[in-house]
Design a protein. Structure first.
Length: 248
């Protein structure tokens, strides 16, 4: 049974930062290759920062961007030679992992003492939690837009890995019906583990997206706080924009 087609693919090379849109990607049992490969850690401690974290100083300095206003891009082979670049607001490159002063530059941009590190435990914990790959259907965004027309339902708010374009006559939160099922996306095979319970990140500003506390309230009121689904990878493979999505 055909459910739709892959409309967008997203990877987040650094946990808590904006991601990058891809046309295709290799997907491993740990998720999209290069996804959540790095984290920002508060220097001098083991605290891993995420989109909603306060910086080591305890607050965002006035005029400084928040973590979610920075974006990460990865070039090269994640398990081999590669480079991670961090940009502010998608406009200005701050630094890359090939720059020996990267941690200093990122810290100066955010206004707190942080360091970029690889942390394979992040991917392992996502696998254990059944949160390897996040799918979001366009029918869910359409429904949310109908009940909250003032809202900006830019997909970047919801940080999906794969956006699935469903037919225009499909209405509602169809992903919820996929829980417990296996899906095929191109050569990839997934198991849909559970609905994705949303948090305050959906309300936070990014480049071109304003703060909106009503966003999370709407999701909670309309669908119990869930939007999209989380999956585990049963068979590794390639996924490309335009690939069909079907029940296995």
């Amino acid at each position: 049974m055909t459910l739709g087609r892959v409309a967008e693919i997203w990877r987040y090379p650094v946990k808590g930062l904006q991601g990058e849109k891809l046309w295709e990607s290799r997907v491993l049992t740990t998720g999209i290759s290069g996804d959540h490969l790095y984290v920002l850690r508060a220097a001098g401690s083991n605290r891993i920062l995420h989109s909603g974290s306060h910086l080591p100083s305890g607050e965002e300095p006035p005029g400084r961007p928040a973590m979610l206003e920075l974006a990460a891009r990865l070039t090269g082979e994640p398990e081999g030679e590669h480079e991670v670049a961090i940009e502010a607001s998608g406009l200005k490159a701050i630094c890359s992992s090939r720059n020996p002063g990267m941690n200093r530059l990122v810290s100066a941009t955010l206004g707190g003492d942080v360091e970029l590190i690889r942390n394979p435990r992040i991917a392992a914990s996502r696998v254990r939690a059944g949160r390897t790959l996040h799918l979001l259907a366009t029918s869910s965004l359409r429904r949310m837009g109908m009940v909250y027309p003032e809202g900006d339902f830019d997909v970047r708010r919801f940080r999906p890995n794969v956006v699935i374009a469903t037919r225009q006559d499909v209405d509602g939160y169809v992903e919820d019906e996929w829980v417990g099922e296996d899906l095929e996306l191109g050569s990839l095979r997934l198991h849909v583990e559970k609905p994705n319970l949303r948090c305050k990140v959906t309300t936070m500003k990014q480049q071109g997206i304003k703060d909106d506390p009503q966003m999370l309230q709407t999701i909670r009121r309309e669908n119990g706080g869930n939007l999209g689904v989380m999956c585990t990878v049963l068979a590794e493979g390639m996924v490309r924009v335009g690939d069909g999505v079907a029940l296995a």
